[in-house]
Write a protein that binds this ligand. Sequence first.
Ligand code: ADP
Ligand code: MG
Length: 628
Amino acid sequence: MGSIIILDEKTANQIAAGEVIERPASVVKELVENSIDAGATAITVEIKNGGISYIRVTDNGCGMEGDDVELAFERHATSKIRRIEDLDRLNTMGFRGEALASIAAVSHLEVRTKVASEQAGALVKLEGGKVVSISQTGCPTGTTIVVKDLFFNTPARYKFLKKDSAEAGYVSTMMVRLALAHPGISFKFVNNGQIQHHTPGNHDLLSVIYSLFGSETAKAVLPVDHEESGIKVSGFVGKPETARGNRNSQFFFINGRTIRNKVLTAALEDAYKTLLMQNKFPFCVLNVKTSPELYDVNVHPQKLEVRFSNENAVYLAVFHGVKGALSSASLIREVTSPDYEAAESAAARETPPPQVEMASLERPASKLPPPQRFPYPWEPAKRADTGVTARFEPEKQALPIIKPVSQNAEMTEEPVRDPAGPQEPAEPVTEAEKGAQILREAEIVGQVFDTYIILQRGQTMYLIDQHAAHERIRYETLKKRISEGQTFSQMILEPYIVKLTAEEYDFLFSRMADFEQAGFEIEAFGPQTVIIRSVPDIPGGFALDDFHEILDRWIETAGEKRGISDEAIYMMSCKSAIKANRKMEKDEIKALIDQLLSMENPYTCVHGRPVIISISQRELEKRFKRIV
Ligand code: ADP
Ligand code: MG
């Protein structure tokens, strides 16, 4: 007897289900994408037991006609394409017409749906993909789908599910991604009866970030808006202090789809070079818009991975976009009382900001109020009707530079200008320029512990770590000279003779051109011994005592590429930078600050540690309990 059979429909659906439906999060993704395609402006997702026993997705989209509902659960049933050519102009999320059939095949499913033009809606129940009842029901326009007992009839798949809490975590992450990708839709996510996130759907991405991640994150992000070679990059990146211990807070989207891609991650992280400490990863929500012909999303069945045909251009667009955002911002870290911040962020997370009109499920989309910007807790409470309490009021700060950049319009104060003058320098434009101007004009109060410089300006005190500042100056100076092909060499009075290991010796001579480019003049001087006649000329001098260490670091990080590794440049800049514990006179301090402020990034040393921190007068008053 032959062994080939045609699978019955039910089995075929169950097998196909495995491709799209792996776990509750994939059910949620498919259902929510259908709601988005149906034009919903408000979507609620509720799960119980990680979504294994219960998933509900409710939307206020167009709904389905009674006759269509049953059809929607047939394999290859779709309203989105009619013929293959339609695929080219498709901008809906799904189109294969498989999701509903696949989900229904492995669950107990109920759908309630109504179109605006009908009085009554339809209620259809399915078990393992078979329709068991159809009836009329009263319900608002839109669709509610309830999926129960996922994989009840496919034990093998059921066994692969993780603990409820882990599955709930996947759903939550999926919801975060969907909400970030669609700021115009209000998403509510309820897990075991508790609201986890609720976004306002007011078309403002910062509002979404605020409602998902809380006020500390929303306060510390910088806007990105950049276009290059037809690639548009927009969104937000976190200031260095928001960096996390892993990459879970990096969200990338291509034309509205959530994706993962190594090129994007690399571009982002390269733009943060020297701004972050080791094993810290920046926060980002970045949308990349480019022509769909330039990438392929079908690499992975979950459509998460993409491949670009023009990787280099994409890399550069993201790198420049992020770098631009970082360099135009003032990244001074403000010291604030931990208890105050904790109270503020806990309060912010618990309740979505008060009295913000969420797009309501019951209301037809056309009657929704016009998009309204979310009141952030740090905004001035000028809108009496927002219900933002005084606790959330920002302090009246003399300096605009520590405010979130996006708040400029409301917060910026005129920079203090010297009325004297025609030779006045160009008006500062970016936050970074304004910040630099303020520090340049700040009064030098002095130095403490022979290590930290104290400045004062308006209601803010600034502390500068002199070693970190010097290290930054040396790094950028050296790096610039090397990349511009200029060699600044300094002859040493007494040539320095140094004995090397065989490896060091070979490396040095195989890379002599690179050493010369850096400013060294070195000759052989007997077996495994060299004589150093000149060294790189960098501010603060070059310490030959550290030659071995620099050389070793260079060997370690050299790789295939010619040229000096960044790590070797870090090492040169950090060695013999003004050591902590050195008394400095005021004019020396002034010179150091001026030099620091002419750097591209004056805010961190090359290891990502802060160079400048600020403490407001108000903060000090809080610490001394003059105010609470
Ligand atoms: P696809 O999304 O690929 O078309 P699905 O199986 O996900 O396939 O959905 C089948 C069809 O059911 C859709 O094309 C759409 O017409 C209809 N549909 C599904 N979900 C909804 C919804 N929430 N609101 C309105 N129509 C829906
Ligand atoms: Mg679909």
